[in-house]
Design a protein around this ligand. Structure first.
Ligand code: NAD
Ligand code: UGA
Length: 460
């Protein structure tokens, strides 16, 4: 006999957001039945196996506890829709690559297919939750599709954007800064919003569950990402100035961040931000602003992406200039390929850009990363150049002219750099795109060291 569950929740889209988010709800709320569906059969098979499709610290334990109890992964989307009281839509919303708005606007094809699928299969009233990041006013389009069948079934659309960051997703889901729920300010909208509040209140303090109108909720998600990315571009822009003036970006960030109005977080100068969302969400914001004729606002946010591109380009110029203006046939070891530490995700990783530019310079690449080599191979599969993928960092670095840190994995902070130095071609170069190693120590070992936003330490 099937266990009686208080509610049946469905999530459409078993990706980086849908998987961990719904696994956390299932883990915290055994009284609900949670089903996650996807059109990608391989992905669902992996979610049902011992090798989950994404690497996220702490995720395996949560999935193992809830899977088969009240958490189910399936490809039967029709059945899932029919059964569910509440449907979370967590499909991908990448940047459009074709037609009007190409390279800027959000590609809403997956999202719209989902809305139509729900309409086609639903037999009872449902709450539909936008979990994907969507342009402001998308809920209106969702409502229009869902009511196109003459309102036979009542659907209430909510916006509940996800703020988790990869690599810390489990902690972010367990102890979020806030959960945001946007609803229509009608009686039924507010009632549906409250139903979602009660789900999160199973483990999150109600003070952290904030509600708003639906448009503010949709917009807040994109603005949050834009503000976070803006901080990185701000500090990265200053890192360029530091390199010209012998100032140290870490000291500047520390002094600035001590001001409680500014805060210390998200001021790490880097090779540039990556990840599947910052760039796409800002471009989306820029596109919407232009659509409404707000060109000055659009230009302002566009500059955040431009500085990020500048920062990545600067890194290549730095390498080239330091290494006597030629990289031809020089073996270069990239330490890390993921867009940040503690994830295997490489979407929009700055390392992809750096690798491609180095290959254009006819360098030979050796890429190492503890979790991202599979994705790195896919990212660079069409590249015409000499690229090797080696898991062991010592083996990867041996015989190279230069090392460049792409990802701030803890592992790279404490490698035996003396041993690595000995195995390299001299003069040996070290480019730290994340400022994670002891630059003075490396210099003393013999490396010519090029940190980010700090004076270079060279032997000539
Ligand atoms: P993802 O590509 O990892 O997952 C999306 C999944 O949706 C894929 O597995 C895909 O096969 C599936 N899908 C697409 N169309 C479908 C359909 N019609 N029916 C069933 N399944 C379908 O994407 P993601 O990283 O999980 O991001 C999802 C959304 O969440 C995006 O809007 C993103 O902006 C947002 N978001 C992502 C993160 C993050 O850290 N990755 C954080 C917050 C918000
Ligand atoms: C980001 C946001 O932090 C999440 O709140 C949001 O939910 C998510 O985007 C999303 O919408 O997808 P994520 O991209 O997973 O999360 O990771 P972040 O920690 O934000 O890092 C993004 C990029 O910025 C990484 O490449 C990281 O290395 C870089 N970064 C971050 C810096 O260069 N400097 C910093 O100080 C912080």
């Amino acid at each position: 006999m099937e266990t009686k569950f208080e509610k049946k929740l469905l999530c459409i889209g078993a990706g980086y957001v849908g998987g961990p988010t719904m696994a956390m709800i299932a883990y915290k709320c055994p009284q609900y039945k949670i089903t996650i569906v996807d059109i990608n059969h391989n992905r669902i098979a992996e979610w049902n196996s011992d090798n989950l499709p994404i690497y996220e610290p702490g995720l395996d334990e949560i999935v193992k506890t809830a899977r088969g109890r009240n958490l189910f992964f399936s490809t039967d989307i029709d059945k899932g829709i029919k059964e569910a009281d509440i449907i979370f839509v967590s499909v991908n919303t990448p940047t459009k690559t074709f037609g009007v708005g190409a390279g800027m606007a959000a590609d809403l094809q997956y999202w719209e297919k989902t809305a139509r699928h729900i309409l086609q299969c639903a037999e009872s009233p449902k709450i539909i939750v936008e979990k994907s990041t969507l342009p402001v006013k998308t809920a209106l389009a969702m409502e229009r599709i869902l009511t196109s069948d003459n309102n036979k079934i009542h659907f209430e659309v909510l916006s509940n954007p996800e703020f988790l960051a990869e690599g810390t997703a489990i902690n972010d889901l367990e102890n979020p800064d806030r959960v945001l729920i946007g609803s229509r300010q009608t009686e039924s909208g507010i009632k549906a919003g409250n139903e979602l509040v009660e789900i999160y209140a199973n483990w999150i303090n109600k003070e952290r569950i904030i509600t708003s109108d639906i448009w503010s909720s949709e917009l807040s998600k994109i603005v949050s990402n834009a503000f976070l990315a803006q901080r990185i571009s701000s500090i990265n822009s200053i890192s360029a100035l530091c390199e010209k003036t012998d100032a140290d970006i870490n000291d500047v960030a520390r002094a600035v961040g001590f001001d409680s109005r500014i805060g210390k977080k998200f001021l790490n100068a880097s090779i540039g931000f990556g990840g599947s969302c910052f760039k796409k969400d800002i471009l989306n914001l820029v596109y919407i602003c232009r659509h409404y004729g707000l060109n000055e606002v659009a230009d302002y946010w566009d500059s955040v992406v431009k500085i990020n591109d500048f920062q990545k380009g600067r890194f290549i110029i730095k390498m080239l200039t330091a290494m006597f203006n030629t990289l031809v046939n020089k073996k270069i070891c990239l330490l890390g390929f993921a867009f940040k530490a503690n994830t295997g995700d490489t979407r929009e990783s700055p390392a992809i850009y750096i690798a491609k530019r180095l290959i254009e310079e006819k360098a030979e690449l050796v890429i190492t990363d503890p979790k991202a080599l599979k994705n790195a191979k896919m990212d660079l599969k069409d590249i015409d150049g000499n690229v090797k993928y080696i898991e062991d960092p010592y083996e990867a670095a041996a015989g190279s002219y230069a090392i460049a840190i792409m990802t701030e994995w803890d592992l790279y902070k404490n490698l035996d750099y003396e041993k690595i130095y000995k195995s390299m071609i001299k003069p040996a170069f070290f480019f730290d795109g994340r400022n994670i190693v002891d630059h003075q120590k490396l210099f003393e070992i013999g490396f010519n060291v090029f940190p980010t936003g700090k004076p270079a330490l060279t032997h000539f």
